[in-house]
Design a protein around this ligand. Sequence first.
Ligand code: NDP
Ligand code: ZN
Length: 351
Amino acid sequence: MKAFAYLSHGQAGWIEKESPAPTGFDGVIRPLLVSPCTSDVHNVAIDCLAPHRILGHEGLGEIVAVGDQVRDFQVGEIVVVPPVTPDWRTIPSQLGAHQHCAGLITGQKLSNSEDGLMAEYALIRDLDANAARIPPGVSREAAVMAADMLNTGLYGAQLADVQPGDTVVVMGIGPVGLMAIAGARLRGAGRIIAIGSRPAGMALAQAYGATDLVNYKEGDVERQVYQLTHKQGADCCICAGGGPEALGQAVAMVRWGGTVGNVNYFTTYGDLPINNVRYGFGMGNKTIRGGECPGGRARMEKLLALIQYDRVDPVPLITHRFRGLAQVEDAFRLMAQKPPELVKTIVDLSL
Ligand code: NDP
Ligand code: ZN
């Protein structure tokens, strides 16, 4: 089969690979709709994948084959899968840490340690436990945007422990940051201060519930947040963009006892400047929690319920649509370039 994969030395491109065949609990889908993630772009750029690893962990498809242990799904059904499709039979999974089922951040198998969805066929581990049907009233595009973007944005709000009435800062207004804004609103946030610069993101940030917009290119964001909050700082901050320095700023701009929830994936390493004592706040008595979005069927079904019952609509995230497997490359390259009008791309493979 044909597939779009990591090659080597920061390059992605087309490969031929044998089509997967399911055994046991696994299934094989024919991907019908896929969306490249910023993490795909990062993973290629930093050479952290095995050569010829097929990219893509946001998508849905038609089941074309099932292993002999699959009970709940049949060939011909359309299912959506989250990026995190863990091994549910491990001790970390039993301890509630399925994102780390075989060691730190090993739950996201698709496009990391197992082949992803940007291909003619894709193997889905433990289909009964990891795939979800799309409920009535939920479009296929919405289901794909729920898998990673709504999932991770909402998780950022959960990690930041957003409470009713809180003043929340959301660092980054890419698709994840925008869904973090929606997630903060769903959890009852009062004021939501969104930080970013791209015009498409700014407009959507307000639509999803941001009450204030701060442009990090127009001055010190800590100072701007402290001015907006009359020197109190925010109750919590969700980090969904920027480098290590943004995490330091997030820590500095939450009040004493505040919480930072980080879902950002840093491509550069180095010291995290979290000991920032500007404005007399520093990291004392603050909580920093970070992580990989949850996965599995139950999480996916909860995310789909948020859309089915009109709590949130992630489809406006999609600014660029492509058609046919060959255009996966265009969609991927656009996600790497990040022009000002871009939020998220999607590719229809059903033709
Ligand atoms: P984007 O690159 O589309 O958006 C990043 C946002 O951060 C943009 O709004 C950008 O600004 C803003 N930004 C950049 N630099 C700064 C800065 N110094 N201070 C404040 N804001 C800044 O990314 P995505 O929304 O697609 O993803 C966000 C992050 O989440 C990525 O690192 C991604 O890999 C990660 N991720 C993590 C997952 C998880 O499970 N933990 C899952 C999926 C994604 P501008 O408006 O100027 O572009
Ligand atoms: Zn992702």
